[in-house]
Design a protein around this ligand. Structure first.
Ligand code: MG
Length: 364
């Protein structure tokens, strides 16, 4: 099975409600969808969202990368030799992790189809069902408490609450949410780099003293402030997870070795795909650490790939794959089934994606 061409499309999907974090606000998702074509007629699908605030990539840059260096690197490659495909992909340019992840996902899809096994089976499947958290966007405390209660009524037992830029208001927000959902719901907080190290320690201490009972805090400080993150991790009353600070296996190793954080949040769009994410899970196992798996605002093609990865690695203990649940409609046929918190793995060969509605050609 040889790669014959790469076809690049855009996919628009409205969100159920606007997505608001300390970094941005989004009302509708537009992602890049890749159809990797082969000489056998088999098609592999990939997806990448433009998360400029995090990876620096835009719709235009992802399309340009796929149509240029990635197409040149992969056309004519044999799917059977997957490591050679990854070497070509990694060598064709530095960074641009989402564009690379898009191609990596399509490569795994095709390899699974070639071997007549699901991606999870190829990776060494350990489980068929995952339970994801639900993200609560930044808003006034009352609205966030209402959103949290709605989530609990939908069956979610873990909430990931986005913090804002005003620490005092964050404590009010979390207090309102805890009061509204009761004791039995796990609450994790994601500061998205909003705090200084000193602020982070005092906010987390205050939240614990107020009985909010957080499970963990994600990315309390600036992405490049690993010393600051280590400072927080050493003093925080709850575990700290590195998200924007951890893209590559090298960064993950630095974080694990120097205990800059207790765990890392793996996202395929940051690692450059499954093949690098596996290096991070190997490192986590070596250092006895655990991982969270997350996603950007993504439709089901790329989140489904993350589900296959998470199903095959027991060190991935925290599941934050609610991207498809934040969408008002699902244009992707096949793949894993997302039913509120419960995600059931697809056992069809490859990624199991059959068809995607509403694809359009990019204007650039
Ligand atoms: Mg995060």
């Amino acid at each position: 099975m040889k790669i014959s061409d790469l076809k690049v499309f855009l996919l628009d999907v409205p969100l159920r409600t606007p997505f608001i974090t300390a970094l941005r606000r989004v009302d509708e998702l537009t992602d890049v969808i890749l159809e990797m074509q082969t000489d056998t007629g088999a098609v592999g699908y990939g997806e990448a969202p433009p998360t400029k605030a995090i990876t620096g990539e835009t719709l235009e840059s992802i399309c340009t990368d796929l149509n240029g260096p990635i197409r040149n690197a992969l056309t004519g490659m044999e799917i059977e030799d997957l490591p050679a495909c990854f070497r070509a992909l990694d060598a064709c340019m530095d960074h641009h992790t989402s564009a690379k992840a898009c191609a990596d996902i399509a490569l795994y899809d095709l390899y699974g189809q070639l071997k007549q096994k699901s991606i999870a089976e190829i990776l060494g499947k350990r489980r068929d069902v995952l339970e994801t958290d639900l993200t609560i966007s930044v808003n006034d405390p009352e609205t966030m408490a209402e959103d949290a209660v709605k989530g609990v009524h939908r069956g979610f037992r873990t909430l990931k609450v986005k913090a804002g830029i005003d620490p005092e208001l964050d404590t009010q927000r979390l207090t309102a949410i805890r009061k509204a959902v009761g004791k039995d719901i796990l609450i994790r907080i994601d500061a998205n780099q909003a705090w200084t190290p000193d602020q982070a320690v005092s906010i987390l201490e205050e939240m614990q003293e107020k009985g909010i009972g957080l499970e963990l805090a994600e990315q309390p400080v600036k992405a490049d402030d690993l010393d600051g993150m280590a400072f927080v991790t050493a003093r925080s009353p709850i575990p700290i997870a590195a998200d924007e600070s951890c893209f590559s296996p090298d960064q993950a190793e630095y974080i694990f070795r120097n205990h800059c954080a207790d765990l890392v949040n793996i996202k395929l769009m940051k690692t450059g795909g499954i093949h690098h994410a596996l290096q991070i899970t190997d490192l986590a196992e070596k250092y006895g650490a655990s991982c969270m798996i997350g996603c950007m605002l993504e439709a089901k093609v790329s989140v489904n790939a993350a589900v296959h990865l998470a199903s095959s690695r027991t060190c991935i203990t925290k599941i934050d794959l609610d991207g498809p649940l934040l969408l008002a409609e699902d244009p992707v046929h096949g793949g894993s089934i997302f039913r509120e918190p419960r995600i059931t793995l697809s056992n069809a060969p490859g990624a199991g994606i059959r068809k995607i509605d509403g694809l359009r050609l990019p204007g650039f």
